[in-house]
Design a protein around this ligand. Structure first.
Ligand SMILES: [Cu+2]
Length: 412
């Protein structure tokens, strides 16, 4: 509970605080100041849960400013000086701006996002430090005697930038991988899709629902899974400005998982806290909902402020997905082909269409075969075209998933 409270508190503080820290100019003689990011927000949805840079080389007498650059989480900067972890909850934090010689523990106490902690290192040595809340966040300050060479500030910043670029690349592939549609089919043929409520590895965390959009059928289920380090919520139909707190603590309407997991489009459904930490009665790794009514539903993590979409097609209907986006349209399965209205198909593929006086249909200036199993037909005044024929005509790759009932076209 304590940890979650801290996270929520950070959520509130994060919005109100700015960030500080700038690199001072190089100067061989005068003491220099250095910056370390404690957690690092890298883009709207990506952050690193680490000390950046991991190792900083400084001279005796130099000052390091540690800044919590996280989105939401509080952190500590804690030097144990070779001793055991600080277990006394009443131990006061050491004030920012201290001079420290490495002989006794030094602890910043909780730093909320935007807060800084400054230490002047007076004695040479290699000093390991970490975050008491997230012990895998570790760093080292290497203090070198005055007059001896250290990598220049320019060199250290360049090495760090290279590391950050690599990490952004890693985050990108993490996002791509987690954003692919994944589902399982049980013995009765029922489908459950998986949505990652954020994704992380040991280096970087992407705070988003991945995939961000899912196109499913009525009767299918969605399971939200959180394998990352912080807690998340998946809330369907969350009212705007629903309070996270009430007078007695967390809003029970948000943190108590909705018992009825058959969602008919009405009312709010919440996963409760998703995560992999204690207490297990309050936080669980996943939550599953069966969608029974067609429609488009927004799912929000009201703690972190990101959203995803679940689009539900009628039970048993074939679904068209173009470049990963749901194309919500009527479909007809006929002669082993999936047909959809000409207008919707042309729009989704971003091509012009025409029907000539002989009822020959063309897409993107090319004529569709008007005979055979895949020939266009008219139903209730609407012209339907076969999706595979249309994709072939335009030279686009496509696929049909017989279990998920999804026809996929890739235009890029
Ligand atoms: Cu931390």
């Amino acid at each position: 509970m304590k940890k979650i409270r801290i996270i929520i508190l950070a959520l509130i503080l994060a919005a109100t605080m700015g960030m500080t820290g700038a690199y001072a100019a190089d100067n061989a003689d005068a003491p220099q100041s250095w910056d370390v990011s404690v957690g690092l927000k890298m883009s709207d949805d990506t952050e690193m849960f680490s000390m950046q840079p991991g190792v900083t080389y400084i001279h005796e007498g130099d000052t390091v400013t540690f800044t919590n650059k996280d989105m939401l989480a509080p952190h500590t900067v804690t030097f144990l000086a070779g001793g055991p972890p600080l277990t006394d909850p009443n131990r006061p934090a050491d004030p920012s701006g201290s001079k420290w010689d490495g002989t006794k523990p030094l602890d910043s106490g909780q730093l909320m996002p935007g807060m800084t902690y400054t230490v002047t290192f007076t004695k040479s040595g290699a000093y390991a430090y970490y975050c008491q809340i997230h012990p895998m966040m570790r760093g080292t300050i290497v203090v070198i005697p005055k007059g001896q060479l250290i990598p220049s500030k320019v060199e250290q910043i360049a090495a760090h930038k290279e590391h950050l670029d690599e990490t952004m690349h890693l985050a990108h592939s993490l996002r791509e991988h987690a954003g692919e549609t994944q589902y399982t089919v049980d013995g009765k043929g029922a489908i459950t899709y998986k949505v990652n409520a954020s994704i992380a590895n040991h280096k970087v965390m992407v705070n988003a629902f991945l995939p961000g959009e899912l196109y499913i059928n009525a009767g299918d289920s969605v399971e939200w899974v959180n394998s990352a380090m912080e807690v998340h919520l998946a809330v369907i139909n969350a009212p705007k400005d629903i309070p996270i707190f009430t007078e007695e603590g967390f809003n029970p309407a948000l943190i108590t998982p909705t018992k009825n997991t058959q969602f008919d489009g009405n009312g709010m459904v919440t996963s409760g806290f998703l995560g992999n930490m204690e207490p297990a009665d309050l936080i669980h790794p996943s939550y599953r909902v069966t969608f029974t009514k067609p429609g488009t539903y927004t799912v929000t993590d009201v703690l972190w402020g990101f959203s995803g979409t679940i689009v539900v097609a009628p039970k048993g209907a074939a679904k068209l997905v173009v470049d990963g986006k749901a194309v919500v349209t009527d479909t007809v399965k006929k002669n082993g082909h999936v047909f959809a209205p000409l207008r919707a198909v042309a729009k989704s593929l971003n091509v012009k269409f025409a029907v000539d006086s002989k009822k020959v249909v063309s897409l993107g200036g090319k004529k569709l075969a008007s005979t055979g199993e895949a020939a266009p037909f008219i139903k209730n005044g609407t012209t339907y075209v076969a999706l595979d024929a249309a994709a072939q005509l335009l030279g686009k790759s496509y696929g049909w998933d017989t279990k998920a009932l999804t026809f996929t076209i890739t235009t890029k």
